[in-house]
Every structure is written in C-alpha cells, then in structure tokens.
Design a protein around this ligand. Structure first.
Ligand code: ATP
Ligand code: MG
Length: 435
C-alpha cells in the first residue's frame, strides 16, 4: 500500500530536468565571463552565526527584521541562520582566512539563499544568487567593471532590454545630514505613512525611500535627495563612475530613490531592472560597501559587489524565448539477450572512454523489450546513432551502427562493424557528418 505523499516546502522550488539545460547554460556562460574578468570562486556554508547577518546586513532591515530563517542548534544552543545573502559570508571567510594579505581579491559565488518573504512570482523562500565581491578596491573603476561584467553576461545570453539605474549613497556623515532633513520631511507627513515607514522614520528613514508601497510613491519622490548632500569626494567618485560608463557606452539612469535593501552600502549603488517580469523586476543589484569588512571584524578595506537573482534571470530568458539548443546524447545502446547485454555494457564504456555520451537501454521489468520498442526509445532520446547488438552480432563479434538523424540520405542508414572497431566507426561517422 502506498503511503501519503510528502510535499516540498512552500516557496522553495525543484529544478526539474526539463529546466536543467537552461540553468546549466546560464551557469556556463557566467563562469566563462567570470574567468574573463579574473574572478575566483568561493564556497561558504549555507548556515552561519545569526550575529554575522545582524551585524553585516543591519538590524533595521527587511531581511534581519522579518525574513531570516533562524534557529537554535540543539547541540550547543548556538543561534544560527540560513544565509539570506552571500556578501556577509564571503567577507567573513575572507577575513577568517586572511585572503587579502597579498592585496585585493576578486571573488564570486553561486548558491541558494533563504528569505522568509511572501512567495510570489520571482520571490521565493529559497532562491539562487550569482554574486561577485571585489574586495580591497577603492576606485570607481572597480564599480564600473562589475557593471560592465553584468552587462556582458546579459549580452552573452542574448538579453538586451535590461536597464541600469545608479545612485550614490555618499558617506556616513553625508547621510546623517540628509537623514535629519528627511526625518523632518517625513514627520510633516506621518498621517500618510504606512506602519513600516512610521516605524522606520526614526530608526532607518533612508529605507522609507525604498518602500514597495505604491501609495507612498509620490511622497517619497518629493523627499529631500541624498545627491544634494554629497561632499566633493563622494561626488567625484560618482562622476568618475559615470564617465567610465559613458566611455564604455553603457546607458544608465540616475534613480535618486535607489537605496537598496541592505544597510552596508556606501557611495555607488545600482540595479539592473526589466519591465518584463511584473513587480519583481530587479534582476541584479549591487554597489559599494566600504564599511562592511571592518564592521564584521576585519582590517578596514574598501569593497564592492553584485548579486543576481537567477530565477528572475531565467524567467526573463524564457519570456524572451532565449533558450539554449537542445542537446541529445550521442549513442543509444540497443541489445537483446544476456550475452548481448553484457557486450553492449562493455562497448558503452569504451564509447564513453572516447568522450561520447551514451544511454544504455534498460527497462522497468529488467528485460530489454523488442527491438522495435527499443528503437522508439532510441529515437526519442535525441541520440545521433543507435548501436544494436543481438544474437547475430554476438555470433559475428560485430555491432550494427544505425544513423538516427544527420545529413540527407543518412537517416536510417545501417551497417555492421566489427565490435573492436566500433569506437573508431562511431567517431568517423560523427566526423563525416560534420563535414
Ligand atoms: P527586492 O527589492 O526584489 O526584495 P532585494 O533588494 O531584497 O530585492 P538583494 O538582496 O539585493 O535584493 O538581492 C539581489 C537579487 O536577488 C535581487 O535583485 C533579486 O533578483 C534576487 N532576489 C532577492 N530576493 C529574492 C527572493 N526572495 N526570491 C527570488 N529572488 C530574489
Ligand atoms: Mg528583498
């Protein structure tokens, strides 16, 4: 008797085999792009001390206030959290292993992040991020490089419609001056603020500008602008970034309300947005976070980074029909009889030794079925060739090589080849088909 089904967890997705080629395609394009810019991969655990995120991301943020999956370790009572983002952990690891001892480092990571927010299209409890962290670089060239890299990834994937928005958050003192005026402005309008905004008015008013509440949009649009409070150095950094973007023909828009969801940013912040994914239109976001390394206990060093939401990127590729070409396997092994099965398994291994992708026919009942039903499976597998071994082939130490697709006239061609020359015959067939 079957047991009751157990379902997956709400807001967490299975990546099914039909989607795998698209994910692999994105990861492969991303990896080669990251190599082109000299980035090195880092992998950190999915669980960290809760304190890391509280200190790194900021206590008064959506993430720390309400989105973290936190729990107590039953063995030792430690407070742990499933990572909601990748930067704090990458920086924690870089400090712990003294990665910056011989100069700045360019790091990248990929993996699942966890946030307890209301699930909807493009917003999940578990989602994947591809992120980069340029640790130890101070100039606007580092910010520009990350933006250029992102732009290249989109272009390599065929995406051309994403828009870049940038802003500068300046430095702490500049934000403090702006904060005073912003609070005064918001206090004049407390009656119109929602609960979140009212609570943040005094704890973290800058975050009110980042509100998703449409009813507050006019109010926040008219609020004092941080740009008007930037000192000379901050302005020079922002202008430096802009002239590098212009010199590389990257169009951008300054969005004065862009503050980003995390507390650790200073100077540059940016987002890549699309109008093709409904409300969840931010595909990637990042910026500079010079204070963070010292904030989590390292020796002060400038840094900037970026995180990209892969579900949103993949959704956009599907929306734009930018799917990778389907790839079948190279050879499907068809066999009948005990001796043929054993021989086919050996030949399949030899073909794989030669670098070919091989599917070995197997069935649910342990038999192999008729040749006809096996050939149907071979066709459906997308294989270029079927290798067929029956009693006659065993007796003759041979195998039948049958073309399943390929050039004109090639379809259906079948010939017998000696078993010990099968690998060469298959390779020759591929070579002549490609000529
Ligand atoms: P949002 O404003 O959409 O909540 P955020 O500012 O919280 O985004 P970041 O923390 O900067 O986002 O994360 C970078 C990217 O990760 C986002 O631009 C988005 O593409 C993706 N992302 C963030 N949260 C989620 C989520 N819950 N589900 C899926 N993707 C997400
Ligand atoms: Mg968020």
């Amino acid at each position: 008797m079957s047991q009751e089904k157990i379902a997956g967890i709400r807001g967490m997705n299975d990546m099914l085999p039909a989607e795998a080629p698209l994910w692999e395609h994105v990861e492969q394009v991303a990896r080669s792009m990251l190599r082109a810019y000299g980035y090195q991969q880092i992998r950190t655990p999915i669980v960290e001390n809760t304190q890391l995120f509280k200190r790194g991301i900021g206590e008064v943020t959506d993430i720390v206030e309400k989105e973290m999956y936190s729990f107590e370790d039953r063995l030792n009572g430690e407070q742990l959290t499933l990572r909601p983002e990748g930067t704090a952990a990458a920086v924690r690891s870089a400090i712990e292993h003294n990665l910056l001892y011989d100069g700045p480092k360019r790091l990248w990571y990929i993996g699942p992040m966890f946030r307890h927010e209301r699930p909807q299209r493009g917003r999940y409890h578990q989602f994947y991020q591809l992120g980069v962290e340029a640790l130890g670089f101070a100039g606007p060239d580092a910010d520009a490089e990350i933006i250029l890299m992102c732009h290249r990834l989109f272009t390599d994937l065929g995406l051309i419609g994403l828009k870049l928005e940038i802003n500068s958050l300046g430095q702490a003192e500049e934000r403090a001056a702006h904060r005073k005026d912003l609070i005064a402005y918001l206090e004049q309008h407390t009656d119109k603020l929602d609960e979140d905004a009212r609570r943040r008015l005094h704890t973290n008013p800058l975050r009110v500008l980042d509100t998703k509440n449409l009813a507050l949009q006019d109010l926040v649009s008219a609020a004092p602008r941080l740009a008007d409070y930037l000192g000379e150095e901050s302005r020079a950094h922002f202008e430096g970034l802009q002239s590098l973007l212009k010199a590389n023909n990257i169009p951008y828009k300054i969005n004065h309300r862009l503050v980003r969801g995390l507390d650790y940013y200073n100077l540059t912040v940016f987002e890549w947005v699309t109008d093709k994914l409904g409300a969840q239109g931010t595909v990637a976001g990042g910026g500079r976070y010079d204070p963070l390394i010292a904030q989590i206990g390292g020796k002060s060093a400038p840094a900037c980074g970026l995180a990209m939401g892969l579900e949103r990127l993949i959704e956009l590729l599907k929306e734009e029909n930018l799917l990778p070409e389907e790839e079948g396997c190279d050879v499907y092994m068809v066999h009948q009889g005990e001796a043929a099965r054993a021989q086919a398994l050996i030949l399949a291994e030899r073909l794989r030794d030669a670098g070919l992708n091989v599917i070995f026919h197997s069935t649910a009942d342990g038999g192999s079925g008729s040749f006809k039903s096996q050939m149907k499976k071979a066709d459906a597998s997308g294989a270029a060739y079927a290798v067929i071994i029956g009693e006659d082939e065993i007796a003759a130490s041979a195998a039948q090589l049958k073309s399943l697709r390929g050039g004109e006239g090639a379809e259906g061609q079948q010939r017998s080849v000696p078993a010990d020359q099968l690998v060469e015959a298959v390779i020759d067939a591929f070579v002549s088909a490609s000529e």
